[in-house]
Design a protein around this ligand. Structure first.
Ligand SMILES: [Fe+2]
Length: 554
């Protein structure tokens, strides 16, 4: 057979296989066809990644991986509106010389051209590389390592609050160079507002929403926020290098939100503080853009049933990561939806014992997961927790009147918090560690049940990547220094409280102890983030079975 005839038949065979795979969903067919032939049919070669050209024009948000387990991972990308078939490849080698999995995915405008694929049957404890291809155009190459069957050591970062308008991502530049297994993202991946006068006045990176409004109310605007935030090369670099476990906080929908309630914005647009349609849009955009393995039903019109993001991950008997959703099912704030005197600094609010943070179903699930971890002999129960669980009394009068700093966090849901603490005591669950975001503040605290007084765990809160610290909200760092002092005096459970810096936290887990480091960056105002430094602010240790925070800062 002459060579031209043979390659013509090969081409037809390739096209037929591709057609069948696409139209019937039978992607397994691709495995019966030599990968190299298929890819050469797509116009590129697997023998060397040198022949492909990486394009941020075609893949403007780069790639991401998430929810990695011992045998699976979710891989993500987005095209810039291109609806041609895209080949996803997974390899054990950086140069993709052998492909262990591939699939053809088709971007659709309905999903804003995002592509997401769960890969299964991977080997545990193994490093993999992945990329997306159109002809000889490739996405950047991402990498992840599957979880070992029973690891002896895990090192992870936990982060939150990355307001794009408020600064440059120096924290992501430094984080991308850390030696960690994964990133736990505790929410505020985006902010729904672009120039709120209360906390976004820095305006270091200005941009517009497609609607021209200053706040996202529709799907298009929420999607645009993810696209803009993820256009940052340093955030992309962290995603390319490490898998994420992500939950949301309030700003993926609306500030201080509870279910469909948005206390601070959208009232004029929706004629109500309750904005179910907006909540559906916000959750949908989050689902489209996050490499998360969660339930989502695009047709469901009940926002509380449309998506479920709380979930857990197992790391042998070393640790379990239990991540909760503290926005979609929580009750409204106990003392009203106004700001000062209601959500913040409310005095003698008795309703804090009647509220729920998790909702009944998730609450039951959470306790069961804590108990199961204990029964399974898991040492560290790491709680991926959105808002601070530590008690933070702001003022205590001589007559015993108490006002809490912030009733949007667990202090406003104290009855449910106490039920969790009592359960931990009753079941003798040890080594409960909450890792938290939301407050834009580095906090280390021991968790107490006060009836009778006993320690039940510890909590570490990472400051923001860029979002305004509490001091800048008061427009006075000096005034806030006094506030910090008061908080530490009134709340002996707190071991450290600092709201002056931006950065991230790293947690190293071994069988005998956990070490938590608070890393701050020298500046978020320097656009050339390579010029910034990372500085160790604090280093803590918690030895197994102690619930006690030791300060190891050099
Ligand atoms: Fe935040």
């Amino acid at each position: 057979m002459n060579q031209n005839k043979k390659s013509e038949i090969d081409r037809e065979k390739r096209e037929f296989i591709l057609f069948l795979a696409k139209t019937t969903g039978a992607v397994w067919l691709l495995r019966f066809f030599p990968v190299s032939s298929f890819i050469s049919g797509m116009g590129c070669s697997t023998s060397s990644s040198r022949e492909t050209k990486i394009s941020y024009e075609l893949f403007p948000q780069s790639v991401a991986s998430g929810d990695v387990t011992q045998s699976s991972v979710v891989l993500w990308t987005r095209t810039a509106g291109d609806t041609s078939p895209i080949v996803l490849q997974v390899s054990e080698s950086k140069d993709f010389s052998s492909i262990i999995f591939q699939d053809v995915l088709t971007p659709k405008s309905d999903d804003d051209f995002t592509l997401k694929k769960k890969i299964e049957n991977l080997s545990s404890g193994k490093r993999y590389y992945y990329r997306f291809l159109k002809d000889n155009i490739s996405s950047p190459v991402g990498t992840f390592k599957t979880i070992e069957k029973n690891p002896e050591r895990i090192r992870f970062a936990f982060i939150s609050c990355q307001d794009y308008s408020n600064g440059f991502y120096s924290a992501f530049y430094h984080l991308s160079q850390e030696n960690i297994d994964f990133v736990v993202h505790l929410g505020d991946y985006i902010y729904e507002t672009i120039s709120s006068p209360t906390f976004q006045y820095a305006q270091l990176r200005q941009f517009e929403l497609p609607s021209g409004r200053k706040t996202a109310y529709d799907l298009n605007d929420y999607r645009a926020l993810y696209k803009i935030y993820r256009s940052d090369r340093y955030l992309q670099a962290v995603h390319e290098r490490f898998p994420f476990y992500i939950i949301w906080d309030d700003h993926e929908f609306a500030n201080d939100s509870a279910q469909t309630l948005s206390p601070d914005n959208g009232k004029d647009f929706y004629n109500s503080l309750y904005q179910p349609e907006r909540r559906l849009y916000a959750s949908r955009a989050w689902y489209e853009y996050m490499p998360a393995d969660v339930y989502f039903d695009p047709k469901e019109q009940n926002p509380l049933k449309q998506i479920k993001i709380y979930r857990k991950f197992e790391f042998g008997t070393l640790m379990r990561l239990i991540m909760t959703d503290e926005r979609l099912y929580r009750s409204e704030h106990p003392c009203g939806e106004g700001a000062f005197g209601q959500r913040y600094l409310a005095t003698n609010c008795e309703n804090i014992n009647k509220t729920t943070m998790l909702g009944q179903e998730q609450f039951d699930w959470f306790l069961k997961e804590l108990e199961n971890s204990h029964k399974d002999g898991v040492i560290w129960k790491i709680h991926g927790n959105e808002v601070c669980i530590s008690q933070m009394i702001f003022v205590k009068s001589d007559s015993g009147q108490i006002s809490y700093l912030n009733l949007d966090q667990w202090d406003g849901y104290a009855g449910e918090r106490q039920e969790i603490f009592k359960f931990i005591k009753e079941k003798q669950i040890k080594n409960y560690v909450a890792v938290t975001g939301d407050l834009h503040t580095f906090v280390a605290g021991e968790l107490y049940d006060f009836d009778p007084k006993e320690k039940v765990g510890v909590e570490f809160t990472a400051t923001s990547i860029t979002s305004s610290n509490l001091g800048s909200l008061l427009r006075s760092a000096e005034l806030f220094e006094q506030v910090e002092k008061n908080l530490l005096e009134l709340n002996r459970n707190l071991k450290f409280f600092n709201s002056h810096y931006h950065g991230y936290a790293i947690c190293e887990v071994t069988r005998d102890e956990i070490i938590v480091e608070f890393w701050r960056v020298s500046s978020i105002e320097e656009p050339e983030v390579e010029k910034t430094e990372k500085i160790l602010l604090k280093k803590f240790r918690v030895r197994r079975d102690t619930n006690t925070i030791e300060d190891l800062t050099p």
